[in-house]
Design a protein around this ligand. Structure first.
Ligand code: NOJ
Length: 528
């Protein structure tokens, strides 16, 4: 019997940008509640909401100052309780974001830790003496620029921060810190949360000897400055499996919950996070489509590699977009957006869909004086900033697109094309990306071969990707033209199949003969 998180589709909501209900230009929990009908009709199964906890917002909620409350910007605990009940009433699941690698520097735990060297919570964070020259203890770099060590003059030591200095890393080797963090999971599980997405879970354990990371010989000026070193000792260290087990043991105290790890690693490294006896994370995120060139041969190889390294019994998953990466339609071009959606929703494993991608949203244009993301502010001009993919969800053609009242300034600007690319206008257009996505989701839901069948690649010419999904006698062929040229696919069996869904038209042709002509940027699902 498959679990909901295996057959289902996860939909990521970036809460600041989904729906503002109180006219402050920032999305909130009651706003999400208002849109549950939309999500239910879209056909997804679970929503994952990026952090909604109290936070000084140095990194827009990924700097948590209280793990068991709600930031007033997003609402109250009563709003959360109501949302959770409403999510469940809609037959959906609720996944929250857990940020275990670091807290805010304003979290009471850190305020105590930094207050003196002998504070009982000193060891809840990672404090080190200076190097002999007085500089940082080693060469570890922050993902957001510069040394990962911040000097604390009051206590004469450095503390570690893998991200901003406002996000000090906690020490998971300290049993009391660990117990306090695991209590957070229990708090939300008791409330009825169905699972967690675990922020940078693969970074939580660092080398116990604090060895220098080796230099990266391939780094050149103009590249992401954090990539000057290879992160041998700051991520995916051997005891990460122990970390995963700590979380899993708590999760297993409750029925039917899920742990999804944010892991940015190639297939052979990410599969370790399932655990040697599948006692780790249920779904270590597979981000490889985010970083693979949009080329059929390379993607074919990626799928084969991933399928081959998955441990027996481990459930796969795929991700095409999130709040940290430029939008898929901008990365590969709007013409390929539907092909990408067809790929995401027909591969074997749980898909995660980023809010707005179902409309084919592009990255927004952010003028220099509109920049919000701390990464772009620190390392400007390299395209690292994440505001473009975080612009508000366009619901209608009205000013501010129904995201917030017309006379309010939203926290990030609406996309310039919001009057045309929005839910209301796409809903009434049978050829829209939204209607296409809904049909694709519905087909996936009603077709066992697609939501839990096997995967087998099929021969395809250059520029095309073809594979079979099969469950018992039910089989579907997925044929994707990943180029802007017309292509022809030779059917593996004569007189092969019936087209059930195309990316390019709302009506499907009857197939004759033994070859399938595909238009540029066309994807087809065939029933065989
Ligand atoms: C990954 C999150 O997705 C990202 O938005 C955040 O900045 C870092 N982790 C730090 O928490």
């Amino acid at each position: 019997m498959n679990k909901w998180w295996q057959t289902g589709i996860v939909y990521q909501i970036y809460p600041r940008s989904f729906q503002d209900s109180n006219g402050d230009g920032v999305g909130d929990l009651p706003g999400i509640e208002q849109r549950l009908g939309y999500l239910h009709d879209l056909g997804i199964d679970a929503i994952w909401i990026s952090p909604i906890y109290p936070s000084p917002m140095a990194d827009f909620g990924y700097d948590v100052s209280n793990y068991t409350d709600i930031h007033p910007l997003f609402g109250t605990m009563a709003d959360m309780d109501r949302l959770m009940a409403a999510v469940h009433d809609h037959n959906l699941k609720l996944i929250l974001d857990f940020v275990p690698n670091h807290t805010s520097n304003e979290h009471p735990w850190f305020l105590e830790s930094r207050s003196s060297r002998d504070n009982p919570r000193r060891d809840w964070y990672i404090w080190r003496d200076p190097a002999p020259d007085g500089g940082p203890p080693n060469n570890w770099l922050s993902r957001f620029d510069g040394s990962a060590w911040e000097w604390d003059a009051q206590t004469g030591q450095y503390y570690l921060h893998s991200f901003l200095a406002e996000q000090p890393d906690v020490n998971w080797r300290n049993p009391e810190l660990r117990a306090a963090m695991l209590a957070v999971l229990r708090f939300w599980f008791e409330k009825g949360v169905d699972g967690f997405r675990i922020d940078v879970s693969y970074r939580t354990m660092k080398d116990a000897q604090f060895r220098d990371n080796p230099p990266n010989p391939n780094w050149r000026p103009g590249m992401d400055p954090a990539k000057q070193v290879i992160e041998t000792y700051t991520r995916n260290t051997p005891d990460i499996e122990q970390f995963n087990r700590w979380l899993r043991e708590v999760c297993d105290e409750y029925d039917d919950r899920v742990l999804i790890g944010e892991i940015n690693l190639p297939p052979h490294e990410l599969v370790l996070h399932y655990g040697r006896s599948l006692d780790g994370l249920h779904l270590p995120f597979n981000f490889n489509l985010l970083f693979t060139p949009w080329d059929a041969a390379i993607i074919h190889q990626l799928i084969e590699t991933y399928e081959n390294v998955l441990p027996e019994g481990a459930w796969p998953n795929w991700v095409l977009g999130n709040h940290d990466q430029h939008r898929i339609a901008s990365r590969i071009g709007p013409d390929q957006a539907r092909v990408a959606m067809m790929l995401l929703l027909t591969l074997r494993g749980t898909p995660t869909l980023y809010n707005g991608d179902e409309l084919g949203m592009l990255d927004g244009d952010i003028a220099p004086d509109q920049v919000q993301d701390p990464w772009e502010k620190r390392v400007p001009g390299l395209g690292l900033g994440r505001d473009p993919e975080r612009t508000p969800m366009p619901w209608t053609a009205a000013p501010n697109a129904g995201f917030c009242p017309p006379d309010v300034t939203p926290w990030l600007p609406l996309n310039a094309d919001a009057a045309a690319v929005n839910v209301a206008s796409q809903r009434t257009n049978p050829d829209s990306m939204l209607v296409f996505t809904e049909k694709l989701i519905q087909l996936r839901r009603e077709t066992a071969a697609l939501h839990h069948g096997t995967y087998q690649s099929l021969p395809a010419p250059n520029g095309m990707l073809a594979y079979e999904r099969r469950h018992g006698h039910q089989a579907r062929w997925i044929v994707l033209n990943m180029t802007g040229e017309p292509k022809t696919w030779a059917l593996p069996e004569r007189g092969g199949g019936t087209a059930v869904l195309l990316t390019t038209a709302s009506t499907v042709p009857t197939l004759t003969g033994d070859s399938l002509p595909l238009r540029p940027n066309e994807g087809v699902i065939l029933s065989v």
